[in-house]
Design a protein. Structure first.
Length: 276
Protein backbone atom coordinates (compact mmCIF):
# COMPACT_ATOMS: atom_id res chain seq x y z
CA UNK A 1 0.00 0.00 0.00
CA UNK A 2 1.08 3.60 -0.58
CA UNK A 3 1.60 5.55 2.61
CA UNK A 4 2.16 9.28 3.08
CA UNK A 5 5.88 8.51 3.42
CA UNK A 6 5.83 6.77 0.02
CA UNK A 7 4.36 9.90 -1.57
CA UNK A 8 7.02 12.09 0.05
CA UNK A 9 9.71 9.74 -1.24
CA UNK A 10 8.26 9.86 -4.76
CA UNK A 11 8.14 13.66 -4.67
CA UNK A 12 11.74 13.84 -3.46
CA UNK A 13 12.72 11.56 -6.33
CA UNK A 14 11.02 13.86 -8.83
CA UNK A 15 12.84 16.86 -7.32
CA UNK A 16 16.11 14.98 -7.79
CA UNK A 17 15.26 14.39 -11.45
CA UNK A 18 14.52 18.11 -11.88
CA UNK A 19 17.76 19.30 -10.29
CA UNK A 20 20.00 16.52 -11.59
CA UNK A 21 18.59 15.63 -15.05
CA UNK A 22 21.90 13.99 -16.03
CA UNK A 23 22.20 12.11 -12.75
CA UNK A 24 24.04 12.98 -9.56
CA UNK A 25 27.42 12.28 -11.18
CA UNK A 26 26.89 15.46 -13.25
CA UNK A 27 26.45 19.01 -11.89
CA UNK A 28 22.99 20.20 -10.86
CA UNK A 29 21.05 22.65 -13.04
CA UNK A 30 22.14 25.46 -10.69
CA UNK A 31 25.75 24.34 -10.55
CA UNK A 32 25.48 24.02 -6.78
CA UNK A 33 25.34 20.99 -4.52
CA UNK A 34 21.69 20.21 -3.78
CA UNK A 35 20.54 18.18 -0.79
CA UNK A 36 17.04 16.73 -1.20
CA UNK A 37 15.29 15.05 1.69
CA UNK A 38 12.03 14.50 3.54
CA UNK A 39 11.29 16.45 6.70
CA UNK A 40 12.46 19.80 8.05
CA UNK A 41 16.11 20.94 8.19
CA UNK A 42 18.00 21.52 11.44
CA UNK A 43 19.15 25.09 11.91
CA UNK A 44 22.85 24.29 12.35
CA UNK A 45 23.05 22.03 9.31
CA UNK A 46 21.09 24.46 7.14
CA UNK A 47 23.23 27.45 8.14
CA UNK A 48 26.39 25.49 7.36
CA UNK A 49 25.07 24.46 3.95
CA UNK A 50 23.98 27.99 3.04
CA UNK A 51 27.33 29.40 4.10
CA UNK A 52 29.01 26.84 1.81
CA UNK A 53 26.75 27.87 -1.08
CA UNK A 54 24.72 24.65 -1.07
CA UNK A 55 20.99 24.23 -1.68
CA UNK A 56 18.55 22.27 0.49
CA UNK A 57 15.16 21.12 -0.84
CA UNK A 58 12.83 19.59 1.73
CA UNK A 59 9.57 17.68 1.26
CA UNK A 60 7.12 18.07 4.12
CA UNK A 61 3.45 17.11 4.42
CA UNK A 62 1.04 19.90 5.24
CA UNK A 63 -1.07 19.72 8.39
CA UNK A 64 -4.05 21.04 6.43
CA UNK A 65 -5.32 20.50 2.91
CA UNK A 66 -6.32 16.90 3.53
CA UNK A 67 -9.49 15.28 2.25
CA UNK A 68 -11.01 11.82 1.92
CA UNK A 69 -11.65 11.39 -1.81
CA UNK A 70 -12.85 7.78 -1.84
CA UNK A 71 -15.21 7.39 -4.78
CA UNK A 72 -14.87 3.93 -6.33
CA UNK A 73 -16.04 0.46 -5.27
CA UNK A 74 -13.53 -1.65 -3.34
CA UNK A 75 -12.99 -4.21 -6.10
CA UNK A 76 -10.05 -6.59 -6.34
CA UNK A 77 -7.73 -6.17 -9.34
CA UNK A 78 -5.04 -8.61 -10.44
CA UNK A 79 -1.57 -7.07 -10.25
CA UNK A 80 0.38 -9.89 -11.89
CA UNK A 81 0.34 -13.49 -13.01
CA UNK A 82 1.67 -16.34 -10.87
CA UNK A 83 2.60 -19.56 -12.68
CA UNK A 84 2.15 -22.80 -10.73
CA UNK A 85 5.23 -24.92 -10.10
CA UNK A 86 3.15 -28.11 -9.84
CA UNK A 87 2.02 -29.84 -13.03
CA UNK A 88 -0.54 -32.52 -13.85
CA UNK A 89 -0.51 -34.63 -17.01
CA UNK A 90 -3.50 -36.82 -17.91
CA UNK A 91 -3.34 -39.90 -20.12
CA UNK A 92 -6.41 -42.07 -20.37
CA UNK A 93 -7.49 -42.99 -16.82
CA UNK A 94 -4.25 -41.82 -15.15
CA UNK A 95 -3.06 -38.42 -13.94
CA UNK A 96 0.59 -37.84 -13.06
CA UNK A 97 1.78 -34.93 -10.93
CA UNK A 98 5.18 -33.34 -11.49
CA UNK A 99 7.23 -30.30 -10.64
CA UNK A 100 7.21 -29.02 -7.06
CA UNK A 101 4.23 -28.75 -4.70
CA UNK A 102 5.05 -25.34 -3.23
CA UNK A 103 2.43 -23.85 -0.91
CA UNK A 104 -0.38 -21.71 -2.31
CA UNK A 105 -1.44 -23.81 -5.31
CA UNK A 106 -4.71 -25.50 -6.16
CA UNK A 107 -4.54 -28.89 -7.84
CA UNK A 108 -7.68 -30.75 -8.81
CA UNK A 109 -9.08 -33.62 -10.81
CA UNK A 110 -12.47 -33.79 -12.47
CA UNK A 111 -13.51 -37.43 -12.87
CA UNK A 112 -16.81 -37.87 -14.74
CA UNK A 113 -18.22 -34.71 -13.11
CA UNK A 114 -16.78 -35.59 -9.67
CA UNK A 115 -14.40 -32.84 -8.52
CA UNK A 116 -11.63 -33.17 -5.93
CA UNK A 117 -9.31 -30.30 -5.02
CA UNK A 118 -6.31 -29.92 -2.72
CA UNK A 119 -4.59 -26.70 -1.66
CA UNK A 120 -0.89 -27.29 -1.28
CA UNK A 121 0.82 -26.43 2.01
CA UNK A 122 4.44 -26.33 3.11
CA UNK A 123 5.99 -29.79 2.98
CA UNK A 124 3.72 -31.16 0.25
CA UNK A 125 5.21 -33.28 -2.54
CA UNK A 126 3.72 -34.41 -5.87
CA UNK A 127 3.45 -37.98 -4.51
CA UNK A 128 1.79 -36.78 -1.31
CA UNK A 129 -0.71 -34.65 -3.21
CA UNK A 130 -1.48 -37.59 -5.52
CA UNK A 131 -2.24 -39.77 -2.48
CA UNK A 132 -4.58 -37.11 -1.06
CA UNK A 133 -6.51 -36.69 -4.30
CA UNK A 134 -6.78 -40.46 -4.78
CA UNK A 135 -8.17 -40.82 -1.26
CA UNK A 136 -10.87 -38.23 -2.02
CA UNK A 137 -11.90 -40.00 -5.23
CA UNK A 138 -11.86 -43.39 -3.50
CA UNK A 139 -14.75 -42.28 -1.29
CA UNK A 140 -16.96 -42.42 -4.39
CA UNK A 141 -15.27 -44.89 -6.72
CA UNK A 142 -12.13 -46.96 -7.18
CA UNK A 143 -8.93 -44.92 -7.33
CA UNK A 144 -5.30 -45.72 -6.50
CA UNK A 145 -2.09 -43.76 -6.20
CA UNK A 146 1.39 -45.05 -6.91
CA UNK A 147 4.20 -42.53 -6.44
CA UNK A 148 2.86 -39.36 -8.13
CA UNK A 149 0.43 -41.16 -10.47
CA UNK A 150 -3.31 -41.50 -9.82
CA UNK A 151 -5.26 -44.20 -11.61
CA UNK A 152 -9.07 -44.14 -11.84
CA UNK A 153 -10.17 -47.36 -13.61
CA UNK A 154 -13.12 -46.90 -15.95
CA UNK A 155 -12.97 -43.09 -15.96
CA UNK A 156 -14.82 -41.79 -18.99
CA UNK A 157 -13.47 -38.26 -18.57
CA UNK A 158 -10.44 -37.25 -16.50
CA UNK A 159 -9.33 -33.62 -16.36
CA UNK A 160 -6.46 -32.29 -14.27
CA UNK A 161 -5.81 -28.62 -13.47
CA UNK A 162 -3.36 -26.64 -11.37
CA UNK A 163 -3.59 -22.94 -10.48
CA UNK A 164 -1.38 -20.75 -8.32
CA UNK A 165 -2.81 -18.05 -6.06
CA UNK A 166 -2.81 -14.77 -7.99
CA UNK A 167 -1.52 -11.45 -6.60
CA UNK A 168 -4.33 -8.91 -6.34
CA UNK A 169 -4.89 -5.45 -4.94
CA UNK A 170 -7.91 -3.65 -3.54
CA UNK A 171 -8.26 0.10 -3.15
CA UNK A 172 -9.66 0.51 0.36
CA UNK A 173 -9.47 4.30 0.55
CA UNK A 174 -8.38 7.34 -1.46
CA UNK A 175 -7.15 10.63 -0.06
CA UNK A 176 -5.80 14.00 -1.18
CA UNK A 177 -2.85 15.44 0.77
CA UNK A 178 -0.88 18.66 0.31
CA UNK A 179 2.93 18.62 0.40
CA UNK A 180 5.27 21.60 0.80
CA UNK A 181 8.51 21.60 -1.17
CA UNK A 182 10.82 24.22 0.28
CA UNK A 183 13.89 25.52 -1.55
CA UNK A 184 16.49 26.83 0.95
CA UNK A 185 19.07 28.75 -1.08
CA UNK A 186 22.10 31.02 -0.47
CA UNK A 187 21.12 33.77 -2.93
CA UNK A 188 18.09 34.96 -4.94
CA UNK A 189 19.38 33.74 -8.33
CA UNK A 190 19.92 30.21 -7.04
CA UNK A 191 16.50 30.25 -5.38
CA UNK A 192 14.81 31.27 -8.62
CA UNK A 193 16.69 28.71 -10.73
CA UNK A 194 16.03 25.89 -8.23
CA UNK A 195 12.30 26.58 -7.92
CA UNK A 196 11.88 27.06 -11.66
CA UNK A 197 13.54 23.72 -12.43
CA UNK A 198 11.35 21.89 -9.93
CA UNK A 199 8.13 23.57 -10.98
CA UNK A 200 8.94 22.97 -14.65
CA UNK A 201 9.16 19.20 -14.15
CA UNK A 202 6.16 19.06 -11.82
CA UNK A 203 4.02 21.08 -14.28
CA UNK A 204 4.38 18.39 -16.95
CA UNK A 205 4.00 15.43 -14.56
CA UNK A 206 0.28 14.81 -13.97
CA UNK A 207 0.89 11.49 -12.18
CA UNK A 208 3.69 10.17 -9.98
CA UNK A 209 4.47 6.47 -9.62
CA UNK A 210 4.15 5.09 -6.09
CA UNK A 211 5.61 2.08 -4.31
CA UNK A 212 2.45 -0.05 -4.63
CA UNK A 213 2.52 0.14 -8.42
CA UNK A 214 -0.30 2.70 -8.63
CA UNK A 215 -0.07 6.43 -9.36
CA UNK A 216 -0.91 9.61 -7.48
CA UNK A 217 -2.57 12.61 -9.19
CA UNK A 218 -0.23 15.59 -8.85
CA UNK A 219 -1.63 19.14 -8.86
CA UNK A 220 -0.15 22.58 -8.21
CA UNK A 221 -1.63 24.41 -5.20
CA UNK A 222 0.47 27.48 -4.32
CA UNK A 223 3.88 29.16 -4.32
CA UNK A 224 5.35 31.65 -1.84
CA UNK A 225 8.68 33.48 -1.47
CA UNK A 226 10.39 34.13 1.90
CA UNK A 227 13.57 36.27 2.06
CA UNK A 228 15.40 36.49 5.40
CA UNK A 229 18.85 37.67 6.41
CA UNK A 230 19.93 36.36 9.80
CA UNK A 231 23.22 34.65 10.74
CA UNK A 232 23.47 33.37 7.16
CA UNK A 233 21.81 34.55 3.98
CA UNK A 234 18.62 32.59 3.44
CA UNK A 235 16.50 32.89 0.34
CA UNK A 236 13.50 30.60 0.40
CA UNK A 237 10.67 29.67 -1.90
CA UNK A 238 7.91 27.18 -1.11
CA UNK A 239 6.03 25.18 -3.73
CA UNK A 240 2.87 23.41 -2.57
CA UNK A 241 1.36 20.50 -4.49
CA UNK A 242 -1.47 18.13 -3.71
CA UNK A 243 -1.40 14.41 -4.44
CA UNK A 244 -4.55 12.30 -4.72
CA UNK A 245 -3.52 8.71 -4.02
CA UNK A 246 -4.96 5.40 -2.89
CA UNK A 247 -4.50 3.29 0.22
CA UNK A 248 -4.46 -0.30 -0.98
CA UNK A 249 -4.59 -3.82 0.42
CA UNK A 250 -2.64 -6.61 -1.30
CA UNK A 251 -3.40 -10.31 -1.12
CA UNK A 252 -3.04 -13.62 -2.92
CA UNK A 253 -6.40 -14.83 -4.21
CA UNK A 254 -7.33 -18.38 -5.26
CA UNK A 255 -8.71 -19.09 -8.72
CA UNK A 256 -11.82 -21.08 -9.59
CA UNK A 257 -10.52 -24.45 -10.76
CA UNK A 258 -13.75 -26.19 -11.88
CA UNK A 259 -17.24 -24.99 -12.70
CA UNK A 260 -20.34 -27.18 -12.41
CA UNK A 261 -19.39 -30.44 -10.68
CA UNK A 262 -20.33 -32.85 -7.91
CA UNK A 263 -18.04 -32.56 -4.90
CA UNK A 264 -16.42 -35.62 -3.38
CA UNK A 265 -17.12 -36.10 0.37
CA UNK A 266 -14.44 -34.36 2.50
CA UNK A 267 -12.40 -33.77 -0.62
CA UNK A 268 -14.76 -30.96 -1.56
CA UNK A 269 -14.62 -28.81 1.56
CA UNK A 270 -12.18 -26.47 -0.09
CA UNK A 271 -13.64 -26.98 -3.54
CA UNK A 272 -17.09 -25.87 -2.29
CA UNK A 273 -15.78 -22.36 -1.69
CA UNK A 274 -13.98 -22.36 -5.02
CA UNK A 275 -16.93 -23.56 -7.04
CA UNK A 276 -19.57 -21.30 -5.47
Amino acid sequence: MADQSDVETALAGLVGLALYPQGTAAPSVTGRLCRIYRGWPTTAALDADLAAGNVNVTVFSEAHGQANTTRWPADWTLTGTATPSLTVAVAGDTATLGGSAAAGQLVGLLVDNLAVVHRTVAGDTPAGVAAILASYIARERIATAEAATITVPGAGELIGRVFADQPAQQESRRQRQSFRLTCWCPDPATRDATAAAIDGIFAVTPFIALADGLSGRLRFVASQVFDQTQDAALYRRDLVYSVDYATTVSSLLPSMIFGNATLAPDGGALAQSLLS
